[in-house]
Ligand binder design. Structure first.
Ligand SMILES: Cc1cc2nc3c(=O)[nH]c(=O)nc-3n(C[C@H](O)[C@H](O)[C@H](O)COP(=O)(O)OP(=O)(O)OC[C@H]3O[C@@H](n4cnc5c(N)ncnc54)[C@H](O)[C@@H]3O)c2cc1C
Length: 373
């Protein structure tokens, strides 16, 4: 008899897991809290690396479709000094497919395909080891049992407590996200400043990063070191007040750079949280985690890539090893995930320290190490 497998969360990790299982003719129940795919704005752009996210898409049979949608030109990266001087300006080679960008919404639709997701199914908690298997409890009071529950439910995972007491902690860095629409027509100067990919400006303990998405949409992230309660006297729902507060925080920076904030339309508060580096747990039969639920780390281009590759690898080993002991398959997957994610959480944690640091030269050094000269 086939095993009853559920994945909680229809983000990049959960959908890749379900999609790869589906490709092997193996069903999985996808349980997603949101009522519909487009219930919330999908967020910004993701760069998918050749050996990680793209490998996962290959396992899902979606690499060709990804190449048709993604933006290799989005790998361009420009770094400015707060006074507006261009310090670095990297352009990708025409054939460079190492890290192309894709909008999150496009990636979600690509992964969704024909998958049968159960929308509006918010999970409250998971109880492993009942006589009927791992029991998933829902916000509407219902419950359902499975042989394997995969928690791909992100930073504030409701699955995680079934295997680990760890909770995310604040990094000391906060981001405020804002957006520019129709940048090419409405803000041509900013469009030229940003270029085809990303623009980053590093100052003392703060940074402004702008990333071009498709369709002339740009996401801007103001990042700064601050205590968690930095906004005690600020109404975060008052866009004008948040804008004024950011302009004060970045006071003295060049006017064209500050225009990224001045023309921003809405402001979303995103304090950056992480799980402990090398987070792991004692294996619990019937429940596992992947992606941010397992190893939330600073958002420096690895999280979605890892979540997708983990989803693909776990699905592939379940499908190919069908008939093997499911629990042993999951154990082996966890060992592999912990080792790789541990390395990435060290890299990204050190990266965040240097990118939002007292010495802006540290930030540029990070890019000089990874970008071809
Ligand atoms: C600003 C920013 C930029 C980033 N850029 C990149 C990048 O370029 N490249 C990269 O690799 N990573 C990037 N990341 C990190 C990346 O977004 C995450 O690591 C990735 O989304 C994790 O995928 P996931 O599937 O594990 O979790 P998520 O994407 O968080 O998905 C979790 C899903 O679970 C659902 N869910 C949550 N709780 C429940 C519940 N109780 N019941 C049912 N469903 C639930 C959610 O609705 C969601 O659909 C960035 C992050 C940020 C914040």
């Amino acid at each position: 008899m086939r095993q009853r497998i559920a994945v909680i969360g229809g983000g990049p990790g959960g959908l890749t897991f379900a999609r790869v299982l589906h490709r092997h003719g193996y069903p999985a129940t996808v349980l997603e809290r949101e009522p519909a795919p487009d219930a919330r704005p999908p967020g910004g752009t993701l760069d998918l690396q050749e050996g990680l996210g793209q490998r996962a898409l290959d396992k899902a049979g979606l690499l060709t479709e990804f190449r048709a949608l993604s933006r290799p030109e989005g790998q361009a990266m420009r770094i400015l000094d707060p006074d507006g001087t261009v310090l670095r300006d990297w352009q990708p080679r025409p054939d460079d497919e190492a890290n192309p960008e894709i909008d999150r919404g496009q990636l979600r639709d690509l992964l969704l395909g024909e998958l049968d997701v159960q929308w509006g199914r918010a999970v409250t908690h998971v109880v492993p080891g009942t006589p009927d298997g791992a029991l998933v409890h829902f916000a509407d009071g219902r419950q359902e049992a499975f042989d394997l529950v995969v928690g791909a439910d992100g930073a504030w995972s409701r699955t995680r407590p079934a295997v680990s007491p760890a909770t995310p902690h604040y990094t000391g860095v906060t981001a405020i996200e804002t957006s520019l629409d129709d940048v090419d027509t409405r803000h041509p100067d900013l469009s030229r400043l940003i270029g085809d990919g990303s623009l980053a400006v590093y100052g003392v303990n703060r940074a402004l990063v702008a990333q071009r998405n498709s369709g002339g949409h740009v996401k801007v992230y103001a990042q700064f070191r601050a205590p968690l309660d930095w906004h005690a006297n600020l109404d975060l729902t008052d866009a004008e007040a948040v804008r004024a507060s950011l302009l004060a925080l970045f006071d003295g920076w060049a006017a064209p750079v500050l225009d990224l904030v001045r023309h921003g339309t809405a402001f979303v508060h995103r304090p950056l949280y992480v799980l402990p580096v090398n987070h792991a747990w004692t294996h619990v039969p019937g429940v596992t985690l992947l992606g941010d639920a397992a190893h939330l780390m600073p958002p420096l281009g690895a999280g979605a890539n890892l979540a997708m590759l983990e989803g693909a690898e776990l699905a592939e080993s379940i499908a190919i090893g069908a008939g093997d002991d499911l629990d042993e398959t999951v154990r082996a997957f966890e060992e592999q995930m912990w080792a790789r994610a541990g390395r990435w959480s060290q890299i990204t944690t050190a990266g965040l320290e240097r990118l939002v640091s007292p010495d802006p030269a540290e930030a540029i050094a990070v890019f000089d190490r990874v970008q071809p000269s």
